[in-house]
Ligand binder design. Structure first.
Ligand code: FE2
Length: 221
């Protein structure tokens, strides 16, 4: 049986890792052995009808930990975590992760840049659809690593979803894919709240979700 842990206890466990000891498997083990206490997460749970919210819980050079709150029908765009390790634990509701694999594009040299996973900018992109993972409380912990990098996350059913995401290392932008265009592009990632306090203004939300906002649908990655 997983242990019930408050989010601050969970963060402390992760803070015990160093770049040398951190592996995908070692963090996965802790996630699978943890049932996060709802009350300790409450201050990081914020809802918005126009977008799913990314709520920062903790960040240092090695880890970024956030709660993501999704309402019915909300989903990410198709995006990549190229070069990152990550883990997603669903605390409430059901989320579905559809995995994709990069099979080629017409700007692969964009991946050979110092300091960035890819500069994006391809207009021909081949992705293969891989397996779908269904994640709920006490069930599957979704992991991303050097091989599993591209996915789309969506709410399943009517119940809102609260999920806790751990990333190593933190990122402030990622490459997203618009397969209809087709094109890939770099998009900035924004927090809705930090350490419990909402930082995104209604005007921010409006600009992020304005109709015709190019080039992706009005959702954050
Ligand atoms: Fe993701």
């Amino acid at each position: 049986m997983p242990k019930t842990r408050r989010i601050d206890e969970f963060v402390e466990l992760l803070r015990g890792f160093t770049p040398e000891t951190l592996t995908s498997g070692s963090v996965l083990e802790i996630c699978q052995d943890t049932d996060l206490d709802d009350a300790s997460l409450a201050r990081y749970v914020h809802w918005n009808d126009a977008l799913y919210t990314r709520n920062l819980i903790y960040r240092d050079d090695l880890f970024e930990i956030m709660a993501v709150c999704w309402q019915k029908g909300q989903k990410t765009v198709l995006h990549t975590h190229n070069g990152q390790l990550g883990w997603m634990m669903v605390n409430r509701g059901i989320a579905e992760v559809t995995n994709f694999k990069w099979q080629g594009c017409n700007a692969p040299e964009g991946q050979n840049q110092g300091g960035l996973d890819c500069v994006a900018g391809a207009t021909e992109i081949r992705l293969s659809r891989e397996h779908v993972e269904t994640c709920g409380r006490g069930g599957q912990v979704n992991a991303i690593d050097r091989e599993r990098t591209i996915h789309q996350v969506a709410v399943v059913g009517d119940e809102p979803v609260v999920s806790v995401h751990i990333y190593s290392r933190p990122i402030d932008s990622c490459v997203a894919f618009d397969l209809e265009a087709p094109r890939c592009y770099r998009r900035q990632l924004r927090y809705y709240s930090k350490f419990g306090d909402v930082v995104m203004t209604p005007a921010d939300v409006q600009s992020l979700t304005a109709p015709g906002r190019s080039p992706a649908p009005p959702r954050q990655s």
